[in-house]
Structures are given as C-alpha cells and as structure tokens.
Ligand binder design. Structure first.
Ligand SMILES: Nc1nc2c(c(=O)[nH]1)N[C@H]1C(S)=C(S)[C@@H](COP(=O)(O)O)O[C@H]1N2
Ligand SMILES: [Mo]
Length: 249
C-alpha cells in the first residue's frame, strides 16, 4: 500500500479550489451586470458631505479637479476673507458679493493636462473689492487660499486684466460644489491651475511664489497658456493647434 502523499493532497485541494472559483464566477457573472446597473451610477463624492475629484459633474464637457477632498461649504456661514497689505481688511458674505456690479463672460478653462471646456460665468472684477479694501502700493500679488488647502499666487497685474473675474455662477446657475462654490477665479489666459475654486481667503502680498499645482507638476509658476495643442471636451476631444494665451472659441 502506498503511504498518503501530502503533495498529492495539496494538488487535489488546489483543484477543488480552482473548480469552485470557476463555478462561482460562471454562476454569478450574469449578476455582475445588474449589480453594475444598480450601483454603477453611484457617485461617492456627489452623495457624500465631502467634495472631491470626480469625472461625473453636472456638465459632462468638464473634468473636475480638486487637489484634496473637503467638507462641503455652507454658503450661509461662508465669508470671503480679504486681508494682508490693504487698508481695510474685510469679510464679505456671498450676498454682498452678488450685489457688486455683475459681469458675465463666456470663457474656456484650459487645463495644462490638455483638456479644455467652455461655460458662461457670472461674477465681478476684483477691482470692485479693492474699492473697499484699498490695497497698499507695496502689494504686488494676491494669494488665494481654498477649502481643499489649495494655494495659488496671482500678480495684481493679471487680476486686473479685463478677462480676469471672480465668479459665483456658471451657465446661469450658482456654482456647484464641484466647480468651486461659492466663489472661484476665472483667469482664461492662464492654465486652469491659475483659476482656484472654493476660495476662502484672498491675501494681498509683496511676494510671488509657486502655488500648489506647480509644486506638484513640472508647470510654470506664471501659468500663461503656451502654444501647443488642445483637446476640447466639448468638441469630442478633437485635437487642435493653439497659439498661446486665451483660447477664444
Ligand atoms: N481649490 C482648487 N481649485 C482648483 C484646483 C484644485 O485642485 N483646487 N485645480 C485647478 C485645475 S488644475 C483646473 S484645470 C481647474 C479645473 O476646473 P474645474 O474643476 O471646474 O473643471 O480648477 C483649478 N482650480
Ligand atoms: Mo488642471
């Protein structure tokens, strides 16, 4: 009589295990589809009290970029803090900002990672805020601080450009959390990373530094759109040549 062969038994157990797995897979595969249909439309970020990176925003022609997730902002408690090198530091409610002279513009966000997308934005020029806070002559730039701890510097010269806006509405609706509620910048002649969202604070400073995105990626601190290529999401990502600066169509 042959002794019990341990190797043989291990092989046998493995066969049983593989057979069982194959059976489970074949048997349950048809149910994977309905599982997907039931839960596939589920978007964690949209149904949680946090906002984060998602490709499932309301406007399908936009990708949504957040450096970190953060708790949704309650517009009634939110204040835009404006401080630093200015004579009258001030905190603005959303209501106060919505009552500033309103400007609308259609412009495109061009992400340095190649996609771009277009919307109609409504808001105001930072010069409206400056009539009240009165920046000091030493101030050369501002720092935006955002809800997701994103930080970005913009020279005052760029902020005073006629196409630079602070906006609270997108396509005739209040900004969604995904696109920067309650307030974001739109600087259309610079890459998207120079248009911070979910702004909490604006500080007037006498220095210019790299922001969050240009510390992560190999991108310029200045952020001016360079000649190259664009893949507009609203035109089926069809590649087109661009010549630098704002993309007007
Ligand atoms: N607060 C904050 N603002 C941000 C970012 C971010 O990570 N955090 N990403 C920027 C980048 S890289 C781009 S391309 C645009 C994208 O705007 P959207 O998310 O509305 O499409 O947001 C910019 N503003
Ligand atoms: Mo971006």
């Amino acid at each position: 009589m042959r002794p019990i062969n341990h190797i043989g038994r291990r092989k046998f157990l493995r066969k049983i295990f593989l057979g069982f797995s194959a059976f489970m897979f074949t048997f349950f595969k048809p149910f994977l589809g309905s599982w997907n249909r039931a839960f596939g439309g589920f978007n964690f970020w949209r149904s949680s009290e946090y906002v984060g990176k998602t490709r499932d925003g309301k406007y399908k022609q936009f990708y949504i970029q957040y450096y970190k997730s953060f708790r949704r902002i309650d517009g009634t408690n939110w204040r835009l803090k404006v401080n630093g090198l200015c004579e009258n530091p001030e905190e603005f409610t959303l209501d106060m900002l919505e009552n500033l002279p309103r400007q609308t513009q259609v412009s495109r966000i061009k992400c340095v990672e190649c996609w771009s997308a277009k919307a109609e934005w409504a808001g105001f020029s930072i010069s409206e805020i400056e009539k009240l806070v009165k920046p000091q002559p030493e101030a050369i730039a501002i720092v935006f601080r955002c809800a997701d701890t994103y930080v970005e510097y913009l020279p005052l010269e760029d902020m005073h450009h006629e196409r630079a806006l602070l906006v609270y509405a997108m396509n005739n609706e209040p900004l969604s959390d995904e696109h920067g509620f309650p307030l974001r910048a739109i600087i259309p002649f610079k890459y998207g990373y120079k248009s911070p969202k979910a702004i909490l604070e604006i500080e007037y400073v006498n220095r210019f530094k790299r922001g969050t995105w240009t510390q992560i990626g190999p991108y310029s601190a200045d952020g001016t759109i360079l000649p190259g290529y664009d893949h507009p999401l609203d035109r089926g990502k069809k590649r087109r040549q661009i010549f630098g600066g704002e993309i007007f169509d």
